[in-house]
Structures are given as structure tokens and as C-alpha cells.
Ligand binder design. Sequence first.
Ligand code: G1P
Length: 309
Amino acid sequence: MVIAKSIIPAGGLGTRFLPATKTMPKEMLPILDKPAIQYIAEEGAKSGIKTFIVITGKNKKAIEDHFDSPDTRLKDKGKEGCFESLNKVIESTNFVYIRQKEALGLGHAVWSASHLIYKEHVAIMLPDEIITGPIPAIAQLMQIAQQEKCNVVGVQEVPLDQVSKYGIIGIKKQFSPNLFQVKELVEKPSIANAPSNLALIGRYVLSPNIFTMLGESKLGVGGEIQLTDAMQNLLYSGEKVFAYKIQGNRYDIGNPLGLLKANLDFALRHEQYSGPVMEYLKNLEKDMIILEGQASRQTLVKPKSATLL
Ligand code: G1P
């Protein structure tokens, strides 16, 4: 089974990052010196993906420009080193861009690529989730899909109080510590309705029948067409869905705090930045202790000054 195409849904408005995303795609926000979507493309290219189908919308042109060959003038300025990993992606893959006609959710975004997928399994990679580790996240799923000839979704455990932010799977059978057969999938359940705490983390390898299911989907949670509901319908139709606990560090960069944490984490693991960042954080901690000390002293004197009001 050849899995050569990956859909990257990148049509979202990025409202959590406004005003930064007023005219700039959230997928272009950087972790250190690389835009988020480049990490996704590198993961796909390393896994053997040959075509990326990027679902875009208004104000997303910068993504297309980014995956063009770098300007030769930058080469003349001795900057070609910066483009090494980007060039590898550009040389080994092709990009196709589709504008989502209506903002009807993740399922609808994926469905927009249906006319480009024939009788083949397809990878789906959500750019809000960056996953690092020795084996690219999507490659881990592709290997299982090829072995088992079935659908595979990537999962990781999340704290119970977070289940309502994710699609959650229910388990039918456990084959090994990390591999499961899925019984059901529920999008953003309450704690009471969550079949487990294993959450979908934005990596999927699905059979082409997903497009039939998406085409027939009704609006789900949040008034949107949900990919999770369409996968549930794949199960109803008799297809097997496996879930694999992806091995790697996951960063949810769909909100400013998550992006900040990812930047810090990447910096602390970076050859050049780890030393200075560590130093900075140590000083920051000292400042925090001083500030906390001042704050508690202020609290102690508060009753006196409060009488002035
Ligand atoms: C989407 C999916 C959800 C998944 C999540 C992972 O939700 O619908 O099943 O768990 O991505 O990030 P969103 O974050 O777009 O609301």
C-alpha cells in the first residue's frame, strides 16, 4: 500500500492569535526560526509523503510563497544554509493548494481535497500539533496502516479534565502497550461521556472511503462537519480503525501559551540557544523570587495602606 499524499488543513482563521493573524496565517507563526507549517512538511517529507494538499483560505498566501524555492539573491548573501531543511522538502515533494469554500470545520476542510484522492490511503496532518522524536509521527502511523491495511489514528493520553478539547477514542482491543483497535470515536465529549482519555492528536492515515462518509456527514459538535464523526461512520461501515500511541513530544501550538511553551522547549534543546536561554531563565527565577518577596511584603503592609482609601 503506497501512502504518498497528505492533506494539511490550514484554512482556520487563527482567532486565538489575533491581532497577529489579522493578515498572517497562524501556520506561519514561528517556533524559533521556522514557521510551524514547515515542521509539518518536514515530518511528512521524511516519512515519504510526495504531495501535500494544503487547504487554505483568505490571507494564506504566505504559505504558498514559503514553499517556493528561496530567492537566489539570498544565496548570493551567503544565506543558503538557512534553507537546507526547507530545500529538502521543496526538492522532494509537491504542493497543491485548495481554497476551502466555506468554513464548515475540519471534516469539510479534509473533504475539499476529495477530488485529488483516488483509490488510495491518505495521511492527514494538523498543523496545530507539532510532534518531535526520532521517528516522524506520521511515519509511525503509515507503517501500521501498511502492515495492517487499515485506518490508523494517532493518540496520546490527556488529563481527564482536557478530554472535552479533543476527539476521544474508545478501545475494542489492545494488541500491545501502544496499539489498539478502536471501538468508537467521540468528538469533544464531557468527562462523563468520554470512553477513555486517549485523544486524537492530529495525525491520521485513512482509507479513501472517508470522503464518502464526509460527503454524507451532518453537522456535528460546534455546528461543524467533524472528521471524528466521519471516522465513526467508517467503523459503522465495517472498516477497521487502529489507534497508535504516537512516540514523541507533542506541542499543542493552537494557542499563544502553547506556542510560547513550544518555543521555550525547542530553545532549551537547541545547540546555540540552550545555554543563553537557561541563563536567562535562572535570572528570571531570581527576579521572580524577589518579586514574590516584595509582593508578600506588600500584602503584609496592606491593611495599613488600605485605611487610606
Ligand atoms: C481537532 C479534531 C479533534 C482533535 C484535535 C487535535 O479539533 O476535531 O478530534 O483531537 O483537532 O488537535 P480542533 O482542535 O480543531 O477543535
